[in-house]
Design a protein. Structure first.
Length: 178
């Protein structure tokens, strides 16, 4: 009778070898799976990097376009500011022209002006001389009557001087209705 003691040992060794083979297969398949995952991640990373490069090139292109148009924008802003200022100048020019037309329509022929000043408050200082009292009287009458394009709101005689040859020197302050 033979006793086989190795049967149990051989069984254990075979089980250990099966477990080792199963573990080796799991490790190999796990390594293959992890390799595939790493390859997929690397490929995704490459795709994302490529997309980033494409986007960067588009951004640089748009920056160049914006920089090219910034000169035009600066010119447009400059022109708009100049047109706004010019519009204000036209309005003040029209107002100054209306003031000058009104003043010169009030002054009778033969009057010589020595000073014509418009202050910031809108008061017009007018200095001049007329050859006779009658002409000065006509000037005062003109100040009281309606005038065009603006009308006199208030007039004030600041000074009147008579010369030896009958000439009348005057200083007036006028306020126009604007």
């Amino acid at each position: 009778m033979e006793i086989e003691l190795a049967k149990k040992t051989i069984g254990r060794v075979r089980q250990a070898q099966r477990a080792k083979r199963a573990l080796d297969k799991v490790i190999i398949w796990g390594a293959i799976f992890l390799s595939l995952v790493i390859i997929i991640i690397a490929a995704a990373n490459l795709l994302v990097n490529r997309e980033n490069q494409v986007l960067d090139s588009k951004i640089q292109s748009l920056k160049k376009q914006i920089e090219a148009k910034s000169k035009i924008e600066n010119q447009q802003v400059y022109l708009n500011s100049k047109l706004t200022a010019f519009g204000g100048l036209i309005k003040t020019h029209e107002l100054h022209q209306a003031i000058a037309e009104t003043i010169f329509s009030l002054i009778p022929d033969g009057t010589s002006l020595k000073g014509f000043e418009v202050t910031e408050t809108g008061v017009i200082s007018l200095a001049g001389s007329v050859p006779s009292w009658g002409l000065f009287s006509r000037l005062l009458t003109n100040l009281e009557q309606p005038s065009r394009p603006l009308t006199v709101a208030q007039s004030k005689i600041m000074q009147i001087n008579f010369t030896a040859d009958g000439q009348v020197d005057f200083d007036l302050e006028l306020t126009l209705k604007i």
